[in-house]
Design a protein around this ligand. Structure first.
Ligand SMILES: O=P(O)(O)OC[C@H]1O[C@@H](O)[C@H](O)[C@@H](O)[C@@H]1O
Length: 284
């Protein structure tokens, strides 16, 4: 058991031997191993030197999801998925280090001066339990005006073969935007979703707040979310994946992104209040 910090990352080790690694750059969880099996995909071509957002792991998306909106100006000037995934965070505290879990809290630096909104505090708590990995994003508004944002945990779940997985938990009637089809809106049919084409869908307000991924080999994951209401499902397949400079060849076959978030609209956080978005991934 324990928490070890190197110059680049924090490594959590549970009594059962499972481990998790969190890069300070972006507070990106880059690895979660249970019984020697890696559950988080990290591209072999990912930049791990702070020169670009990490391709794979669990990047933290905030305060915008996707390309910047046209206004207001400080949001319009942001890069895709915002700044948290490319800031260098600090280990704030070890919250727990025992059988029930090993848990650390990281703190983000203040937002870039060009964004303003310096009165925002962001913390991230990562907890490694027996067969679970829990991540909680805390956003506190210490300012005097409402603060609006989007947030999402861009989780790359490792799978043996993406073409054989099935994704369930999104009920019939849930509306989604299909970004592959230019953002057209549809209603989910229910049942299971498979990766038989490029997927880039933003599902809004999923009542179950849980998505299951069956890996086609009697294993998989349950991704439960609280505070977050939406989820993006993304796999670029070869069609788009082969055009990504930091994606290893064939990498798109080895993961599915299930990304709980608050992204179908803006979250407005009143002064003095805190938002917590939580993701719990359980091995099944
Ligand atoms: O290349 P990035 O900025 O890490 O984004 C990866 C993907 O992230 C997903 O969440 C988006 O829905 C996709 O549209 C996007 O391509």
């Amino acid at each position: 058991m324990g928490v070890e910090q190197t110059d680049k990352s924090i490594i959590l080790t549970h009594a059962n031997g499972s481990t998790a690694e969190i890069y300070l750059f972006g507070a990106t969880v880059t690895s979660w191993k249970v019984n020697g099996k890696e559950n988080i995909f990290l591209s072999k071509k990912a930049a791990l030197d702070g020169s670009a957002a990490i391709r794979g792991g669990i990047p933290v998306v905030f305060p915008i999801f996707g390309p910047p909106p046209s206004s207001p100006p400080e949001y319009a000037a942001l890069k895709q998925h915002g700044f948290l995934r490319t800031q260098t965070w600090k280990l704030d505290k070890v919250l727990l280090d025992r059988e029930e879990g090993v848990s650390v809290r990281l703190v983000a630096p203040p937002p870039p001066a060009s964004f303003g909104h310096q009165d925002i505090n962001v913390h991230y708590v990562v907890t490694l339990a027996g067969h679970q990995l829990v991540s909680d994003l805390h956003v506190r508004n210490n300012g005097k005006e409402d603060f609006k944002f989007q947030a999402l945990l861009h989780t790359y779940l490792a799978v043996p073969d993406a073409s054989k997985i099935s994704i369930t938990g999104i009920a019939a009637g849930v509306s989604y935007k299909d970004k592959v089809l230019g953002g057209q809106e549809f209603k989910a049919p229910g049942g299971s979703l498979v990766v038989d084409r490029q997927l880039d869908r933003v599902y809004a307000k999923i009542p179950s707040q849980e998505i299951q991924v069956s890996d086609g080999q009697e294993g998989g994951y349950k991704v439960r979310f609280r505070g977050f209401e939406d989820a993006t499902i993304w796999n670029p397949t070869e069609e788009a994946g082969s055009k990504m400079g930091d994606m290893e060849p064939g990498g798109w076959d080895r993961y599915i992104c299930v990304e709980p978030g608050f992204v179908s609209e803006w979250k407005s956080l009143p002064p003095g209040e805190q938002f917590i978005g939580q993701q719990t991934i359980t091995l099944v």
